[in-house]
Design a protein around this ligand. Structure first.
Ligand code: CDP
Ligand code: CDP
Length: 222
């Protein structure tokens, strides 16, 4: 076909989006875009400057820094930097997860990062797997493959707990609170028209990756 294939994946926290999307990209030889990283990088910068992400003017005031946001789209691993600081690791902490929803609910922030995401997707070759909360609906509604990746909350909490450790009850409470807050901004709990639900509750990691690779392969043969 020649033109870039776009695979869009949305879903709640801990459903497996970033790890699965990266593996799908690796298998297909595509690029990989973790859109949550942009929201997390802005959050990191605001906290670094002593700001509060729940204060909308503060969030809006930080958007100029997006010019300095570096998001690599290599399926081997996405490097994230803002204002010259490599924040690849630091944006994954619970401190950032706990403050990121304030950025996500600021409409001007969403519009600004979406401009970046659409430019990255438009320039992708030979294809790209992009994941987040609103990729199938807002960022790339025309994507060739659109997936809502879900899993029961208890399973998502166990997976996230396995990754971050700490107190499982607290991990669960934070994950549920973030999903509740995020889902007031965009609906990633119900599949939009044309979006295929992949429920990974009873799937292994490899089975989840295979299910999405298969959807992409079918699309490429059309
Ligand atoms: O990996 P996890 O599911 O925990 O989160 P993430 O994908 O890194 O996203 C971090 C946060 O960014 C989410 O909790 C949302 O507040 C926001 N986000 C968003 O609003 N829209 C997106 N397309 C991606 C992330
Ligand atoms: O990005 P998101 O928050 O949706 O999830 P993630 O951080 O990519 O995945 C959370 C954890 O679930 C990772 O450790 C994955 O390896 C794991 N996972 C799993 O055990 N089984 C699956 N079918 C999918 C993901």
């Amino acid at each position: 076909s020649g033109r870039a294939v776009v695979v869009a994946i949305d879903g709640p926290a801990g459903s497996g989006k970033s790890s699965v999307a990266r593996a799908v990209a690796r298998e297909l030889g595509f690029q990989f875009l973790d859109t949550g990283a942009a929201y997390r990088a802005l959050t990191w910068l605001i906290l670094e400057q002593g700001g509060d992400t729940d204060d909308e003017p503060t969030v809006i005031g930080s958007l100029g820094a997006l010019d300095s946001l570096e998001l690599t789209v290599d399926a081997a691993g996405q490097r994230v930097a803002i204002q010259g600081h490599d924040v690849t690791e630091d944006i994954r902490t619970e401190r950032i997860s706990g403050a990121v929803s304030g950025v996500a609910r600021t409409a001007a922030a969403r519009e600004a990062v979406n401009v970046r995401f659409r430019a990255i997707i438009a320039a992708a070759a030979p294809g790209i797997v992009a994941e987040g909360r609103d990729i199938t609906t807002v960022v790339a509604p025309d994507a060739d493959v659109r997936v809502l990746l879900t899993a029961d909350e208890a399973v998502r909490v166990r997976r996230r707990f396995g990754d971050v450790g700490g107190d499982e009850l607290q991990v669960g409470a934070r994950l549920a609170a973030r999903d509740a807050s995020d889902s007031r901004v965009v609906d990633f709990l119900n599949a939009a028209d044309g979006v295929t639900v992949v429920d990974s509750t009873h799937l292994t990691f490899d089975e989840t990756v295979d299910a999405i690779v298969r959807l992409a392969s079918e699309e490429q043969h059309d």
